[in-house]
Design a protein around this ligand. Structure first.
Ligand code: GLA
Length: 753
């Protein structure tokens, strides 16, 4: 049993033999944190590790010993207004605005042999008994009657803890929650680097690493979506931590809305890592008897660097967060017409593209934006989900059937949460759009957001989109969302409850996604928000893959896919080969480099196959044959980052099949350098005793290609991991390859030798 309660010491110990999470009640009966790290012996007590020491200029609860200082002890769910001046987990006021100094004391606990769902919100799950146990600690503030249930789930085989909270008003009076965090982890020192995944549209999830300093440092969103700007994930790593060594903690929030994840370094050098709904744009009225659930936060620990953190998240998110028919299935190679045609298409053009795609080996044709209403650019028709018969005279059904007759599956783009002012829907329901505040609404991409905090709008969208999807053989849906939320007011909420809007919007979004994916279980859904604006764990729970970024340039994608890979598995990462010059940055990269980078994900094309040269056409056929052969390793293998980072000229990473019989390694050299130094690329994750046949595919093959000559052949796993592959510059031959050269190395177990 992985959860232990020591009655005498009032101590909890959650362990699975990999990690231990230990807490004990503090002198005032509030839960205090003791330890999260490598597994310790659960038959012993560690309560002595609690920080009970007097501190100058500190605070104590009345009647408590002087060595119990509220802003010095490590706590599990600290409340605001009570003398712990670090970032609070919970803050509430009485209806009249009076602050509540919640004194949340232990009442009881339960150990569950399952992982409960969070009502209305996505979370990780279990599939069979014994996979996980959950500790539920019940706290209560006697004065107000507010109860807090803290949930901690420990999986039997992973160094993670899933946490969320239920806050319940058992008192007679209405209360207002002002902050409600999902998790707090009070580390007892501040020797950590803060690692965040930040950027902007077309530049998502770049890795930034900086040293912690006193005070609070955080990433957050107030855009109504998890955002391009900051991913809801933070790592704290020892300053010398590498991929394979050093302690790392991670907090990843399973939430698509406004979040905050931060590290607050207090005056005594402790560091509080917290995660939850962004309190800046949040308040929630809790009537007597009502309850509120926070989103799930997944906290992970590694004593062996980032690699373990990533392997842990990849497995958990791929197998116990993503769900449904497509979870474990290989994803089809798709061709999306967006960059091929933008809005300028008709049925004949689409069928010509589809038929050529089929000849190349593509399996799924995706019709992107522009098929509905009178939409010929981005100024109109969002909300009018009926086909534009000028473009598609036989409707979506007719087109889909013709595509299927070509031997392809058919996929469709939708953006259900939106409405253009120039649309029939807006004409009929101008009050369905979020806002206004004052007399104007802010536009973004000429559109408004539908108020998904309103049940009748969610119901309407479910009806409309499900009848669309039911009307034709649709195998795939790209669910887009192309603007941030502004003027956050809902026509259905009274003035004093407008602080609930953002979270209610997300609950409506979840409900719509859940109902549609349940109604169409075999449709492969891919999330998108102008690329990677909602690339988070919550969308992954509904759709097993997401469009990683609108930026399809192979070089730009290196940093984006590198950063994404810390948390999110390759199977969730949509990656396509596009045309050159690239539409986002104008760069010209070799066709094979574009494919090699996009291979590491759910692969496809985003170009017009009718415009290909004969040579490129043949190359793409070979690319697709190769991908299909290695697809399972690309989508479901164990992923290792080998070399890279924002300032680097070189990136390398690899994926290894679970049985270690196959692996694929990518190396990309961004700019070509003459006579550059050579190096060895040490691989990871292989079977040391296994012989592997190594084959080399350079993006541009030279006449006497040293990369092929020196690396091909049989090598042991040990040799490849300890000595490595030879990565020469090309000496005098650099000019032959040019910029953006890349190499793919395939490794296949050589069981004959
Ligand atoms: C967003 C998506 C793109 C494309 C366009 C269509 O920007 O990220 O992939 O679907 O919308 O308007």
């Amino acid at each position: 049993m992985p959860i232990f309660w020591n009655e005498e010491q009032k101590e909890f110990h959650l362990t699975n033999g990999i990690v231990s999470y230990i807490m004990a009640l503090l002198p005032d009966s509030s839960p205090g944190f003791i330890y999260f790290g490598r597994a310790l012996d659960p038959s012993r007590s560690y309560a002595y590790l609690q920080y009970l020491e007097g501190r100058g200029a500190s605070t104590q609860p009345e009647g408590m010993p002087a060595e119990y200082c509220l802003d010095f002890t490590c706590r599990e769910y600290p409340s605001a207004f009570r003398g712990d001046f670090r970032t609070a987990a919970i803050g509430a006021r009485a209806k009249d605005g009076k602050p509540l100094a919640l004194d949340l004391c232990y009442r009881d606990h339960r150990i569950l042999d399952t992982k409960p769902e969070i009502p209305g919100q996505p979370s990780c799950y279990t599939e069979s008994n014994g996979e996980a146990e959950t500790l539920l600690i019940q706290l209560k503030d006697e004065y107000s009657g507010l109860e807090v249930d803290l949930y901690y789930t420990i999986y039997s085989a992973a160094p993670v803890l899933c946490r969320h909270t239920c806050i319940r008003n058992r008192g007679p009076d209405t209360l207002v929650l002002e902050r409600a965090m999902s998790s707090v982890l009070d580390l007892d020192d501040d020797e950590w680097d803060f690692i965040q995944f930040s950027g902007s549209w077309a530049r998502e999830r770049h890795e930034y690493r900086s040293r912690l300093r006193p005070g609070s440092q955080a990433v957050s969103s107030s855009r109504g979506m998890s955002s391009h700007q900051h991913n809801p994930a933070v790592l704290l790593a020892r300053p010398d931590a590498t991929e394979t060594a050093g302690e790392v903690y991670a907090a990843v929030l399973i939430y698509s809305g406004n979040f905050e994840i931060g590290a607050d370094v207090g005056s005594h050098g402790h560091c509080r890592l917290y995660s939850g709904i962004n309190p800046e744009s949040f308040s929630w009225e809790l009537k007597s008897g009502a309850e509120f659930y926070t989103p799930e936060s997944v906290t992970a620990y590694s004593s062996q660097g980032f690699e373990q953190i990533s392997l842990t998240f990849h497995r958990l998110f791929r197998e116990r967060l993503a769900r449904g028919y497509w979870r474990d299935r290989e994803r089809p190679v798709l061709l999306n017409n967006w960059e091929a045609t933008y809005f300028d298409f008709d049925e004949a053009k689409l069928l010509a593209i589809a038929s050529e795609s089929k000849a190349l080996g593509v399996e799924l044709f995706v019709l992107d934006d522009g098929w509905f209403g009178k939409r010929n650019d981005d100024t109109s028709s969002l909300g009018d989900w009926f086909v534009n018969t000028k473009k598609l005279p036989d409707g979506i059904d007719g087109l889909a059937r013709k595509i299927e007759a070509l031997g392809l599956r058919f996929g469709l783009w939708i953006e259900p949460e939106m409405v253009n002012p120039d649309s029939r829907l807006f004409e009929q329901h101008p009050d369905w759009a979020v806002g206004p505040l004052g007399n104007k609404r802010t536009l973004a991409r000429n559109q408004y957001v539908l108020d998904l905090s309103r049940q009748e709008i969610v119901d309407y969208l479910f009806k409309t989109i499900s009848s669309l999807l039911g009307s034709a053989p649709v195998s795939y849906v790209k669910w887009d969302m192309n603007r941030n939320l502004t003027e956050p007011v809902s026509a259905c909420l009274p003035p004093e409850r407008q602080g609930e809007f953002f979270h209610r919007y997300i609950l409506g979004f979840y409900e719509l996604y859940r109902r549609l994916t349940e109604a169409f279980p075999k449709i492969l859904f891919e999330s998108c928000a102008s690329g990677g604006g909602r690339f988070d764990g919550a969308t992954l729970a509904f759709a097993p893959q997401a469009w990683t970024s609108d930026n399809t340039d192979a070089v730009e994608r290196l940093a984006i896919q590198w950063g994404s890979s810390y948390m999110y598995p390759l199977s969730s990462t949509g990656a396509h080969v596009s045309d050159v010059p690239n539409h986002q940055v104008g760069r010209i990269t070799p066709l094979w480099t574009r494919a090699f980078v996009a291979y590491f994900g759910a692969f496809g094309y985003e170009l017009d196959p009718l415009k290909l040269s004969i040579e490129d056409r043949e190359a793409i056929k070979r690319q697709i044959v190769f991908y299909k052969k290695w697809r399972a390793v690309f989508q479901f293998g164990n992923f290792y980052r080998l070399k890279g980072g924002l300032q680097d000229n070189e990136y390398a990473w690899m994926t290894v099949s679970a049985d270690k019989q196959k692996a694929v390694v990518l190396r990309v050299q961004i700019l070509s350098r003459p006579n550059s130094r050579s190096s060895r690329l040490r691989l990871r994750g292989l079977d040391a005793d296994q012989d592997y046949q190594v084959q080399v595919l350079p993006s541009v093959q030279l006449k006497d290609d040293a990369s092929i000559r020196l690396n091909s052949g049989s090598r042991t796993g040990a040799e490849l991991m300890h000595a490595g592959l030879i990565c020469g510059g090309d000496g005098w031959a650099s000019a032959g390859r040019g910029d953006f050269a890349s190499w793919l190395f395939t490794l296949e177990a050589d069981n004959e030798s």
